[in-house]
Design a protein around this ligand. Structure first.
Ligand code: HEM
Length: 541
């Protein structure tokens, strides 16, 4: 009779069990070699896979990096947030098309990028699915064309120029708070919230503008200001940023999910905000993005296009359920805060490093606002068509595009790209940042020259060619918030340049990292500031 069939009640039986089944001391002595055998087998299996992927894969005819047989290098570069430094160097070495991982190809050819994004309009890669919230598809992460078409139809009008104009008072209110906060720090550097106390006259614009964009999107998408500029203590944006960074890392490195499980508990916040607004009914109405979505949901229900009640069916067909509202307002927060704020800080950085451009921009803004009463900030009508302001923003998005490593799409049928056969299901990275840095399309590509965006003789270079500049991507998956972002960036930049003298602070790190969007690696960019004479604040008079 086997030992396990007897109940283990006596010490004698226990001893017998140990003798029979536990490892003897000689087993233990042998264990290092077992470990060695296992690790050798693992290494061999990795090597075999690597060689098979590198040399016998359907994509092995494409110029490759040495690491293309495995995901390790691309995973590490994504994990560090610095793939945008690694990719240009790779293309420089291998040409316009490079295989960077077993099934990922990076493409830096102008016509091929236009084909991928616009003509063929390939779906987003399934990597995006890994960033889903509440287990729901959403406008940003969905790879399903029909879902995306429906959802985009419902959401896009919120970003129409006319509707956006109703957001101007909200943006202005938030910018006023920014100006007031900068003034307070200028008077008393220790009044800075949570950040480092800097020498008098020094302001960390990166931190303040990041917080400002969160307040603006909080007010417009949630109907709730996080008051980050004033207090910088709302937990939600920080938890959200952490979640994003982790989910991006985990999208490429699924094993990290096991080591660092994500905490989604704070996602109750948007649910509460939608409920508060709906419960308030007519009295709670406000002109903002959340109201637009609530109204769109009500209209769909009235017209008979509302939800069917089958959660799964409703989700995949893109209906505006309550869950969809929670998800989409979060998407606005994710897609609409750091993108704009980093671009604004980048633009200020380039202007300060190129003082003549700052001078020219200030003249343009001063002229446009010459009739303002003392201290008044620019209105959107005054600045929306200023060519040099737009040129300064474009030039900074050229040099530091938010999608700094391009955007991944998935080939949905066998295709021919740059003369190579690319099998179905291959991930193609539309590497448009490399077009932005190309001498062929942008003379003196490393220099900040906003004039290149001006019309006719005002530009020192031939006009910028079509399909060479993609700050907001292109095709059906282009940025739905482009108009919102341009309005916000113009208003904030014009207000800062109009109100303050700005001075470059040398010797600070300005390198950047990219997870979902880009950010200053140090999360800081310091500028010397003081009120301009004719813009003196009541506080300082
Ligand atoms: C300077 C500011 C911004 C830049 C440079 C920018 C850039 C981009 C880019 C490159 C994409 C395509 C991403 C991809 O394919 O992976 C995108 C998509 C998107 N952006 Fe923006 N964005 C900005 C601001 C905003 C703002 C303010 C919002 C909303 C309030 C927003 C909402 C979205 C959404 C929802 C998508 C997904 C659209 C879709 O797939 O239909 N973005 N953005």
């Amino acid at each position: 009779m086997g030992i396990l069939s007897k109940p283990l009640t006596s010490p004698a039986l226990l001893n017998a069990f140990i003798k029979k089944y536990a490892r003897s001391s000689s087993d233990l002595k042998r264990s290092p070699s077992i470990t060695r055998i296992i690790s050798t087998l693992l290494f061999l299996s990795f090597l075999v896979k690597f060689i098979r992927n590198r040399y016998f894969h359907p994509l092995s005819h494409i110029p490759s990096t040495i690491f293309s047989g495995s995901f390790i290098f691309s995973a590490l570069s994504v994990y560090s947030g610095r793939s945008h430094y690694f990719l240009p160097a790779t293309h420089k070495r291998h040409g316009k098309i490079v295989r960077v991982a077993p099934n990922i190809i990076s493409i830096a050819d102008k016509d091929a990028i236009h084909d991928i994004l616009v003509k063929a309009d390939y779906p987003k890669s399934k990597i995006y699915n890994k960033m889903e919230l509440y287990n729901q598809h959403n406008l940003f992460t969905s790879c399903d064309k029909s879902f995306h078409k429906n959802r985009r139809r419902l959401v896009a009008p919120a970003f129409g120029l006319q509707y956006l104009r109703s957001l101007e008072p909200i943006m202005h209110g938030c910018i006023q708070v920014l100006i007031q906060t900068i003034d307070e720090i200028l008077v008393d550097p220790t009044s800075v919230k949570r950040g480092k106390v800097l020498p008098p006259g020094h302001i960390d614009v990166c931190s303040l503008i990041n917080r400002l964009s969160l307040d603006i999107i909080g007010e417009t998408a949630f109907g709730h200001s996080f008051q980050m500029v004033q207090h910088d203590d709302h937990p939600f944006p920080k938890q959200m940023a952490e979640l994003l960074k982790r989910s991006m890392q985990q999208a490429f490195n699924p094993w990290v999910r096991w080591l660092f499980p994500l905490d989604y508990s704070f996602l109750q916040f948007p649910i509460d905000q939608v409920k508060i607004r709906k419960d308030a009914g007519e009295k709670g109405r406000r002109a903002d993005l959340l109201q637009y979505l609530i109204d769109a949901q009500a209209n769909e229900r009235v017209s008979g296009n509302g939800e069917t009640g089958n959660d799964y069916e409703d989700m995949i067909s893109g209906k505006l359920t309550d869950r969809a509202l929670h998800t989409e307002v979060l998407v606005f927060l994710i897609a609409g805060s750091e993108t704009s704020s980093t671009t604004i800080t980048n633009t200020l950085m380039y202007l300060l490093k190129n003082p003549k451009t700052l001078e020219r921009l200030r003249e343009e803004i001063d002229q446009a606002t010459a009739n303002n009463s003392a201290g008044a900030l620019p209105s959107y009508d005054q600045i929306r068509n200023l060519p040099y302001l737009t040129a300064c923003i474009n030039e900074s998005m050229r040099l530091r595009p938010v999608a700094a490593s391009g955007v991944p799409r998935e080939v949905d049928e066998d295709a021919n790209i740059c003369g190579y056969t690319i099998p179905k299901d291959t991930i193609v990275l539309a590497q448009f940042p490399l077009l932005h840095y190309s001498e062929e399309y942008f003379p003196q590509p490393k220099d900040y020259i906003p004039e290149r965006w001006l019309p006719g003789d005002e530009s020192p270079f031939p006009p910028v060619q079509d399909h060479t500049f993609y700050p907001f991507s292109a095709g059906t998956r282009n940025c739905v918030g482009k108009n919102f972002a341009m309005m916000e960036m113009r208003l904030i930049l014009a207000s800062i340049v109009k109100t303050y003298e700005l001075e470059h602070v040398p010797r600070q790190r300005t390198d950047y990292v990219q997870f979902i969007t880009t950010a200053f690696a140090t999360e800081s960019y310091v500028v010397k500031m003081r009120r301009r004479k004719d813009m003196e604040a009541p506080l300082m008079q």
